[in-house]
Design a protein around this ligand. Structure first.
Ligand SMILES: [Zn+2]
Ligand SMILES: [Zn+2]
Ligand SMILES: [Zn+2]
Length: 109
């Protein structure tokens, strides 16, 4: 993890959980070589019974300096699907959605 390459550490993204890409607005530049390009590396997905964790790293395209580790968790908790994101670069967020489908065209009285 490297705080010198980002503008803000773990910015609050509210409920915006992403499991791919990089939050480039928050990337300053590579502290080691000055590059403003990032790539993703070592993506892995761990699936358990009712939990799925996606993990990858944000690294500099040129010198492969490790900027941040990205973790996205999806799990089922009772009647809710819970999403969580934690990344120095992309920020922290969590979201909950009910498993019960809500029909937006349902009757409105
Ligand atoms: Zn750095
Ligand atoms: Zn670099
Ligand atoms: Zn990230």
């Amino acid at each position: 993890m490297c705080q010198r390459c980002v503008r803000e550490e773990y910015p609050d993204r509210e409920s915006l959980c992403v499991d791919q890409g990089s939050y480039m607005i928050n990337f300053l530049k590579c502290f080691e070589c000055g590059s403003q390009d990032l790539k993703m590396a070592n993506r892995s997905c761990t699936e358990a019974e009712d939990e799925e964790v996606i993990h990858y790293q944000h690294i500099c395209v040129f010198c492969e300096h490790l900027v941040a580790e990205h973790e996205h968790t999806f799990k089922v908790d009772g009647e809710f699907q819970v999403y969580e994101m934690s990344c120095l670069l992309c920020g922290s967020a969590d979201d909950q959605r009910s498993i019960m489908p809500i029909d937006p065209r349902g009757p409105v009285m």
